[in-house]
Write a protein that binds this ligand. Structure first.
Ligand SMILES: C[S@@+](CC[C@H](N)C(=O)[O-])C[C@H]1O[C@@H](n2cnc3c(N)ncnc32)[C@H](O)[C@@H]1O
Length: 186
């Protein structure tokens, strides 16, 4: 999660977050240095106590208030229509009920708010997709519940969002693990 290409995506996407921001699966806080001055407050939601502890060590460097929230994106502990931007980077793959999480994202976003995403998932090439289906049952328990076959754009669309920007590419590394969906939905 710290390699050059991943960093390139963080640098590209995270500065667009503005206002009251919710980050899903904030992990150890690797996106924190990339948020810009338009952020008023960041709610960093993460189910892992250990990762939240790591994130808490990075808070002194933040130039806006950060609230660390322990919990799942399937039940976001925030009021409806209270958030301007939701950010998710390499998290939708790991959420058990991702459709429920995306419905929750819709609930907490203000009308006109944005969902910024960088995720990996289902690849368009038949041979790569076949490998994704083959290795997913072995990969999932080894990688914190990470799914390889999720069609991220379709899932976001099915939750009632309109995708207004989308870029796809394979990053360096094994193709079944690296097909990337990067964009913005409203
Ligand atoms: C591959 S890590 C990515 C961490 C971080 N987003 C980043 O870009 O470095 C996946 C993250 O999703 C989190 N996660 C797993 N299940 C989740 C859930 N139900 N709700 C929110 N986050 C979850 C994990 O704890 C982990 O922090």
């Amino acid at each position: 999660m710290r390699n050059k290409e991943v960093k390139r995506y963080r640098r590209k996407v995270i500065p667009a977050a503005a206002g009251r921001v919710l980050e899903l699966g904030a992990g150890s806080g690797l996106n924190l240095p990339f948020y810009g001055s338009q952020v008023q407050r960041l709610h960093a939601l993460e189910p892992s106590e250990a990762l939240l502890r790591m994130a808490s060590r990075k808070l002194p460097g933040a130039h806006f208030p950060v609230e660390l929230l322990r919990g799942s994106a399937e039940e976001i502990p925030l009021a409806a229509r209270s958030i301007d931007t939701v950010v998710t980077t390499w998290t939708l793959c790991s959420i058990p009920d991702v459709a429920k999480a995306l419905r929750e994202v819709r609930r907490v976003l203000k009308p006109g708010g944005s969902l910024l995403f960088v995720e990996h998932g289902h690849a368009p090439d038949a041979s790569v997709a076949a490998w994704q289906r083959r290795i997913e049952p072995l990969w999932k328990p080894l990688a914190g519940g990470c799914h390889l076959t999720r069609r991220i754009d379709r899932l976001i669309g099915e939750a009632g969002f309109e995708i207004v920007e989308l870029e796809n590419e394979y990053l360096k590394g094994p193709r079944p693990l690296t097909y990337t969906y990067c964009g913005r939905a409203q």
